[in-house]
Ligand binder design. Sequence first.
Ligand code: UT7
Length: 340
Amino acid sequence: MTKLRAAITGVAGYVPEHVLTNEDLAKMVDTSDEWITSRTGIKERHILKTPGKATSDMGVEIVQRLLEKTNTQAEEIELLICATVTADMKFPDTANTILDKVGAKNGFGFDINAACSGFLYALTTGAKFVETGTYKKVIVVGVDMMSSIVDYTDRTTCVIFGDGGGAVMLEPNTENLGVIDSILKADGAGRHFLHLKAGGSLMPTSEETVKNRLHFAYQEGKPVFKAAVTGMTSTLRELMERNQLTNDTVEWIVPHQANMRIINSVSEMLDFPMEKIMVNIYKYGNTTAGTLPLCLSDYENQLKKGDDILLTAFGGGFTWGSIYIKWAYDGSQGSILNRN
Ligand code: UT7
């Protein structure tokens, strides 16, 4: 029997207009363009500054672009999964708000919070709904408004993050194109190194938590860095081995954009050429759940039908993993527009 796969039939990305450069940050905290560039590879990031706008508004921009590119009506969306750590509100899920704002009256949705690995978790989940024949039009969004949880007086975190994201459309395919395999991992012991302390059930919001600046992302960079290199490299290796992929046959690795030095280390450890690794960290910084679809969107016109592509990420939780995709269309044509 031919296996039903979840093919990516279109991709869209979005970052807000306002650009925050390293020079801008050097006026806000004790840092420099030289430090940020050499330690992270980031030159600038985009920030959502419009009052009253939130993560769902970026999600709406992304989904509207995706619908247009894939020639899809909002009413056709059956499921929308939104990977984010910066939901508009604690509840309801941002996926519901996006569905409402784009007029997707027939769909349902939910959020996935797996930090920087959110898009991997969401894509794997969305693919299962397509592979089982349950749904034919599934949108997977990865988007974060990190500026809403970044402490712009803390130089160790504020230089890294940015706002933005992207999305893919998943549709059934019987030509062995789409999500082929995935490895997802988690280690809750890693929560101590990367988290947001207050505002949850463990430490509800109080005057004290606000005064002590506990509503911002907290990170111990060094242990996270180490675990990120190990986690991404080991899952990529395992995925390549069990799918008989080699450095020659893989066309692209799409790594989470957290630090250029992490990306370089993964390349070195796998002996995988940098020319085939997607990089856009210098212009967006780390957009958390947004980095992977933003990369796919930026590189879309270089992707060809049948390309073997590996996504990989590591983030808060700890969470990490890798996904193997066979790309379903020639990206230079925008998306699969001619449908039966
Ligand atoms: O996406 C989720 C997963 N997150 C990641 O993958 C991030 C992983 N970690 C990292 O990318 C890096 O650890 C950071 C970019 C966060 C930090 O880089 P680092 O090379 O590990 O620096 P460090 O924390 O060891 O700090 C080195 C020095 C310290 O000064 P002293 O103690 O040596 O005097 C810091 O205070 O650099 C200082 N420093 C800065 N200096 C200028 C830290 N941040 C800055 C800054 N500007 N922005």
